[in-house]
Structure formats: structure tokens, C-alpha cells
Design a protein around this ligand. Structure first.
Ligand SMILES: Nc1ncnc2c1ncn2[C@@H]1O[C@H](COP(=O)(O)OP(=O)(O)OP(=O)(O)O)[C@@H](O)[C@H]1O
Ligand SMILES: [Mg+2]
Length: 269
């Protein structure tokens, strides 16, 4: 584990604070992020919006160690975590969902959720009582945790199904369960509402509001009505640049933003 990861192990139950400063990412000739500075304060739900190709997913990829920036800093709870590796993330208390689903089709729902568990978490009390060998206890404990997470999201009936056999909305919930099982302090959500029905979007809003007590949330989303109703603060990216930051009302009235979106989606919101 890197020094950054060991230095700032997650504070259980305390929402985490993320800050990126002057972040730049280049893919060959494409400047995906260009000197972006923004923050997700502890306990906030912050929206990150912008047209296709603006750099939103790239931002999450840098924070989660999948993409190395050409310049800039990523700070989590006041500590620099540049160069963190993806497998160190959940020990820090950071979880993310992937754009789309990112589920393993050959695994069952419960196995997909178990993958998200925090490494090194100790076997639960119930499985210890069963007197199982240590590795079996660990497996049983993970299953217990995963089932509890599925229950919390109301989808435990699908535990032993394969994701590909389930409606898209349920699969989105499974990907959320996988991100939540590690009890993150910071949750990065990449388009959680895409493909959801109006009713499922309402459920998502209620769920994210209920999570706010325990974790900070960075929400990348094209459904701007959802962003406007959930987020107290919104950052707007366009062609890799931060073009605006502010409250939903400020963002809706910002000409740079409406120009970037050609006005249409914001008017709908
Ligand atoms: N691994 C990569 N290699 C090359 N170019 C990339 C890579 N990842 C992203 N890009 C480019 O970087 C830019 C930003 O992409 P990114 O996926 O971050 O946008 P986004 O805001 O998430 O868009 P969307 O709303 O469509 O998901 C785009 O021009 C994209 O083509
Ligand atoms: Mg994206």
C-alpha cells in the first residue's frame, strides 16, 4: 500500500472531503482535463455536470487511480492521495460506480456485491459463532454483509440471479450495492440515473438523500433535474475546463453553462 493510503485510513462513519487542484489530463492530443480545481466538502452532495466528453468520467478516473494526471493534486481529508492505486481506494473509504453497470455477468448478484467489500474486514459475529474455519468464516461474513446491503436496497430476492437476467433498473441497484457495501465516506457516482424509469429516479433521489448523513457524494449525471433537486453545489465542465461552480439557481442562470448545453436541457430542468 502507498504511503498516502496508509496515512489516511478511513474514519468510520465520518463523511470524507475531496479536493482537486489544477488537475490536467492528456490523452495524446486530447486535453481531457485542463487545470480543473473543485471540491466536494464533507457531508455534501455535489453535482458534476457537462456535455459528453467534458471530462467528468476522467475526473473520477484520476481520483480513483485509473488515470495518471499530467499535473495537479488530489487531496482527500486534507492529505494528498496522488498516485493512489485503485485497490487502495476502499481502504480510504472511497467507492465509485462505473458509467453503465460494470457488473460481472458470470457472477451472481450477491457475488458481484461481495467484490465491493472492504479488504481485511473481519468476519462477522454470526459466522464466527458457526465455528467455521477462518477462510470459510470470512466468505460467510462477506455473504452476510452483501445480503444485508441487498436487503437495505430492497433487492435481496435477486441475490442468486445473474445480472444479465434482470431488468436494467435492478442491475443499477446492484452496482450501487457493490459501491455501498464498504460503507464509504465518499461515494463517486457516474451517471447513476441513466436508464432508470421516472419512478426509479425518485427512489434514487430518496436513497441518496438518506445516505447523506454518512457520506459525501459526487454525482456525475446528465439528468439535470435530478442534479438540481439533490445537489447544493454544482460544478460544470466543458471541454475539460471548469466553466462554472455554484448553487443550482446560479448554474441555471449562468450563460456559459446554458451556451455549453445549447440551453435545451437546462430549460427542461
Ligand atoms: N482512455 C482514454 N483514451 C483516450 N481518450 C480518452 C480516454 N478516456 C477519455 N478520453 C477522452 O477524454 C475526453 C473526456 O472523456 P470523458 O469520458 O471523461 O467525458 P465525460 O464527461 O465522462 O463524457 P460522457 O458524458 O459522454 O460520459 C473525451 O474527449 C474522451 O474521448
Ligand atoms: Mg462519462
Amino acid at each position: 500500500m502507498s504511503q498516502a493510503a496508509s496515512a489516511s485510513a478511513a474514519d468510520a462513519g465520518e463523511p470524507g472531503a475531496l479536493e482537486v487542484r489544477s488537475l490536467s489530463v492528456r490523452f495524446g492530443g486530447v486535453v481531457a482535463l485542463d487545470g480543473v480545481s473543485l471540491s466536494v466538502p464533507a457531508g455534501a452532495i455535489v453535482g458534476i455536470i457537462g456535455p459528453n466528453g467534458a471530462g467528468k468520467t476522467t475526473l473520477f478516473n484520476v481520483v480513483s487511480g485509473l488515470v495518471d494526471p499530467a499535473g495537479g493534486d488530489v487531496t482527500y481529508n486534507g492529505r494528498r492521495i496522488n498516485g493512489i492505486r485503485p485497490h487502495e481506494l476502499n481502504r480510504l473509504g472511497i467507492s465509485r460506480t462505473l458509467q453503465g453497470l460494470g457488473l460481472w455477468r458470470a457472477l451472481t448478484v450477491i457475488e458481484n456485491v461481495m467484490i465491493g467489500a472492504r479488504r481485511g474486514s473481519s468476519p462477522g459475529f454470526a459466522s464466527a459463532l458457526l465455528g467455521l474455519p477462518r477462510s470459510d468464516r470470512y466468505e460467510a461474513a462477506l455473504k452476510e454483509q452483501a445480503l444485508a446491503q441487498l436487503k437495505a436496497l430492497g433487492i435481496e430476492e435477486y441475490a442468486n440471479r445473474h445480472p444479465g437476467t434482470l431488468p436494467y433498473g435492478v442491475q443499477k441497484w446492484v452496482s450501487l450495492a457493490r459501491a455501498l457495501i464498504s460503507r464509504p465516506a465518499l461515494l463517486l457516482l457516474d451517471e447513476p440515473a441513466s436508464g432508470l424509469s421516472a419512478n426509479e429516479q425518485k427512489q434514487l433521489i430518496a436513497l441518496l438523500r438518506s445516505l447523506k448523513e454518512r457520506m459525501s457524494i459526487a454525482l456525475v449525471e446528465h439528468r439535470l433535474d435530478l442534479v438540481m433537486s439533490l445537489c447544493e453545489h454544482i460544478h460544470v465542465l466543458d471541454f475539460g475546463r471548469l466553466i462554472a461552480s455554484g448553487s443550482p439557481t446560479e448554474i441555471q442562470n449562468n450563460k456559459k453553462v446554458t451556451d455549453a448545453y445549447l440551453g435545451s436541457e437546462l430549460t427542461d430542468a
